[in-house]
Every structure is written in structure tokens, then in C-alpha cells.
Design a protein around this ligand. Sequence first.
Ligand SMILES: Cc1cc2nc3c(=O)[nH]c(=O)nc-3n(C[C@H](O)[C@H](O)[C@H](O)COP(=O)(O)OP(=O)(O)OC[C@H]3O[C@@H](n4cnc5c(N)ncnc54)[C@H](O)[C@@H]3O)c2cc1C
Length: 610
Amino acid sequence: MKLNNRTSAPRGTVGSAADLDVPTEADVVVVGSGASGMAAALSAAAKGAEVLVLESERLVGGTSAISGGAIWVPNHGYSYKALGTSDSREEGRIYLLGEGRDETLDPKVVDAFLDTAPEVAHFIEERTGLRWIPVAWPDYTSDIRGASNFRALFPAPFAPDGLGEDAALVRPPKKSGMARNPLPLWLMNGIQRVWLGGYALIGALLEGALDLGVQVRTDTRVTRLISSGGQVTGVEIDGPRGGATVSARQGVILASGGFEGSSDLTSKYLGGEFGVQVSVQGHLGDAVQMATDVGADLVGMDQAWWMPGIQVPGEELDGRPISRLVQGERALPHTIMVNRHGERFGNEAASYNDLGAVMRTADPETGEMVNETAWMIFDEYYHERYAFLGAQPGGEYPSNIVSAPTLEALARQCGIDPTGLTRTVREFNPEAAKGRDPWFGRGTTTFERFFGDHSPFLGRLSWNSWSPRLAGRSRDLLAKLIGPIAGFVMAYFSKSRRGDLMRRLLVRPLATVMRPALRNPASGALGPVDRPPYYAVKVQASAIGTLGGPRTDEKGRVLDLAGDPIEGLYAAGNVGGAATLGFYGGAGGTIVLGVVFGFLAGEDAANRPI
Ligand SMILES: Cc1cc2nc3c(=O)[nH]c(=O)nc-3n(C[C@H](O)[C@H](O)[C@H](O)COP(=O)(O)OP(=O)(O)OC[C@H]3O[C@@H](n4cnc5c(N)ncnc54)[C@H](O)[C@@H]3O)c2cc1C
């Protein structure tokens, strides 16, 4: 029997319930194997609990595994000197509770988050092979008091060798689609041997959890909570071998993600189902019913982590269409977004959460979400200069991008009001040419300009300005050439547990490349749409996850309608809690809530008497 390397417990096992027995009892049962669930499992196991993670899908990792894996941590303390910054808990608090949020958020929960987030980042490093790389990335509401440009931590490349054959059970990433990013993601395209982003985070959490003896069973859906005497004592499951029950001696932690895939729940709470999905399948909101059945209060049910998505024909995950996220493209010049009336409806360069919320807002009179299906309109200048949906500058677009020689013809092809569109563009162009947006203030904040077009080092002489096509091709070639070597070196660092050195080597160069984007001019986010042919692509409002569910306290304990903890029941991540009620602090703002409250829930459950 293989022993784990940190405690004397036998190494845990991971696999489908079709192949491995599901234990009939455990100290702590965790429902869901995303970042929240795996952090909860790791923390409970580190406290000595016997932990079982149950996952309804075939693979481990949920949406977390296909994500960027970033966590947003005020006062994280990593490499501040190299980044040229400083931060404090108090600044983070001012930011989180600003703009009236001190009236709506629970200060005890916010304080628990601020106290614990840096600790959790370090805990994950101690218990897994993962290292965090801090980068320059403005908070999403970048220009209010307490905001910072340096709170995002991305997973360092992770070598999955320690997982052995179990590596095949982690959900692999999918294609992303950021047109342009101050983080030189293009360099990662040729990288082999190491995992990046959420794949790295989940791989490392799984490895760390198995090392501590955690058992993980996939293809096992939790269908009901078992309670007795007002206390949750176990779960009912459904799997390839039929139904069964599992007792939980110390607690059940719900970490099963949002309900964005449920047409019933999205219709009931969010005004209708999503036209496109950007998260992975399996988010049916089982926990909403399960928690309600044992008396839980619900919170944040009308909120989500909003995201505009573009469905590229043929792109699927597990046989279901999955959309690309629309992020950086919206902040580039020579683009606008309009509804079917041809009207702009918001600040295209705002965070996806803010713009997505506008797209899902219903007209108070008609109840219609008129911006829910929108069109991104851009021109030949954009096509020549920037990548989009996998096509390099000047390249061939997928079939869902339509083009026409005039705006009127383009509008007709898309079912947009031609008069509305031409009027919008006629008014927008002269202002955009001056780097101004009098309607929505696009390009006024650091965050909005961060993803804009600017070549801080060489300006017009830069490669990108001089020949975007050549620059794109050269980047591809360079990534292919140096990717394998870089991957080899990073795998060596990761495997030999020299991640600290990798961090030291990476932080300064990344900061040098990325910091100048914090000073991008507003003109980098705005430009006239005036060079034919014109292009349009349908953008639909979606969510990277809903966030409403059982209300929780500062320890992740689920509360009943009277505000008292339901003994033995916890929730963390998109399944509930809604610690910030949908306020998205910055890059990593969702996963961090899951790992922090997962960690706290795991600890609290493990400390409960058996
Ligand atoms: C492309 C992309 C990039 C993103 N990048 C970032 C980022 O860098 N940083 C960030 O903070 N956020 C990011 N997000 C959002 C983030 O991924 C999610 O908010 C987060 O992963 C949710 O974590 P979770 O643990 O709550 O849920 P999940 O990771 O989705 O895990 C929940 C798991 O529970 C399982 N489950 C559901 N029901 C049951 C049941 N009844 N029984 C057993 N198991 C069940 C699901 O199958 C799933 O595996 C991104 C999202 C996308 C789509």
C-alpha cells in the first residue's frame, strides 16, 4: 500500500464509483470536487479527519478545472517588493465594504474572509506542490478607495507527475479566447509537461488531498441530505451501482457549484435560462433543494457571476455546446456592442460581471431582457490588428462572425435595426476618435484601459503596430520553439518542489511586462468603427456560475431561517453563502471565496466532536 508522504494515513484513492467502492461512512463528506470542495477536503484532512469527496461527473474539478485558477487575495504578501506595491487588510476592507456594501454585507463574514484568504493561499502551498504567482491585474472596480492593482494570484505551472495515472481523472482545460492580454499568455501555448491555471490548481489540490488520505469518488451524485434531531448526519447518493447512503460523523460540506445549468432554477430565480453556457455541465443546483429540505435559508438567488459568451459553432464539452468568454476583445478599439435596436447599452470595457449584469437586466415595463442577446460590431481595422476567437490578426474567422460592406447590410444580416445601428456608430465615431465615451465612460478606469491597445515600450515602432500579422505569427512560432524548453524547466522546478525559486524568477519579468498596461491611455480602449468591411458576432449573457444558495456564517456553517447554524452542514463556493452578494473584487474573486470558506468549513467540521 502506498503511504502518503506527510502523515501516516494510507494514500487516498480517486476513481469512478463504477470501479471503486464508495465508503459507507466518513468523518467529513464533501459534495463536489471543484476548488471549493477540494480546499474543504484538504483542510479537514489536514486536521486529521477521514474525508470522502463525492463528485457527480466523470472527472474531478468542475468549472474550477477549466478556469484561470486565479484567486483574489487582499494583503497576500507575496513579492510586494518585486511588484513595487504594498497592501493591507484595512485597504481590502475599505474596498470590499465601499459603495454602500457596508450596509448589505455581513461584516463578520467579510472580516473572516480578509483574515483567512492570505492564510489559505499559504496553506495550499504548504499542503500541495502548487505555488502562486502574483501579477499586476487591476481590481475590477479599480478606481475606488482601497482598490489595488496587485491582488491576483495565479497558479504557477504545475507538474502532475505525482498524480501518476490519476492525472487522467482531472478535467482538462478548454480553448480560451482572450484576444490580447497584458499577461503573456501566448507564450504558454507551446508549453508541455506542466499544467496551467485551474487545471494546475485542481491537480495540485487533488494530489495534496490524496496524500492526506482523502477518498474521491466520481460518477456519484448526492441526491439528499440525511438529518436526525436537527443535525445533518449523512447523504444519499446515486451512482453506477445504484443508490446508497453515506454517514458523515462530523459534517457534510456542500461545494457543488451553482445552478446555471438548471432551466427550472434559472427560470425561477434569474428571469430565464441562459442562452449559452460557459461553465461545465453538472451544475443543476441539487444543493438548493437539499439544503431547503433541512431548513436552510437561501441568499443571493437572483445573483450570478455574469459573463458574456460567444458560441463558436461546433465547440462542445462533454457533448454539450460551451461558449467562449468575451473579455479582452471588448476593451479593444474599433468595437462596440449593441442590442437588436442597434443601441449601445453599457460600457463594453467594464468587467464581465458588470457588463453581464447589464445584459441580464429586464426592462421594468416589459420585463424583457433587451440586451441579453447582443452583437459585437467591429471593423476591418480591428480585423487587421487584433486576434479574435482563435484567428490571428487578418486571419480567417469562424462562421459565426458575419461581415458586410456596409453597416446597413450587416445590421440586416443580424436582425439589428439598421437605422439604430448607423445612428449609434455615427454618434460614437467622432467621440471615440478623441478617446472619449460621453455615454458610458468607456476607458475611464484603470481596469478598462488595462486590456486596451497600447505598446508602452516602442509605441508605433512596436512589432504589433508595425505588422500585427507578422507579430501574431512570430508569437506563435516563438511559443512553439521555447514552449517545450520552458515546460521542461518549469516541470523540473515544480517536481523538485522549488516553486519558490520559480516564483522569484517569474514575478519580476512578468511585472515588468504587465505594469505599464496599468498606465494605458483611454484611447487604447476606444476607436471609431469606420473601416469596411464591417463584422458582427452574436454575444449572449451567461454566467461562469450562479452564486445563490444556502446562507452561511463566518465559518461556512449553513444557517436556518432563524439565523442559527444547522448542525453538521456547511457550504462553500458557488453553491451558496454569497459572501460578497455578487460583488466581484478582482481576478480570482469567485474561487477565492470557495477556497476560503471551504477551508474554514473543513476546519470547523473536523473540530466537531464525533
Ligand atoms: C473559463 C473560465 C475561467 C474562469 N477563471 C476564473 C479565475 O481565474 N478565477 C476565479 O475566481 N474564477 C474563475 N472562473 C469562475 C470559477 O471557475 C467558478 O466560479 C468556480 O470554479 C466555482 O467553484 P466551485 O468549487 O464552487 O464549483 P465547481 O468548480 O463547478 O465545482 C462544483 C462541482 O460539484 C459537482 N456537483 C454538482 N452537483 C453535485 C451533486 N449533486 N453531487 C456531487 N457533485 C455535484 C459538479 O459536477 C462540479 O464538479 C472562471 C470560469 C470559467 C468558465
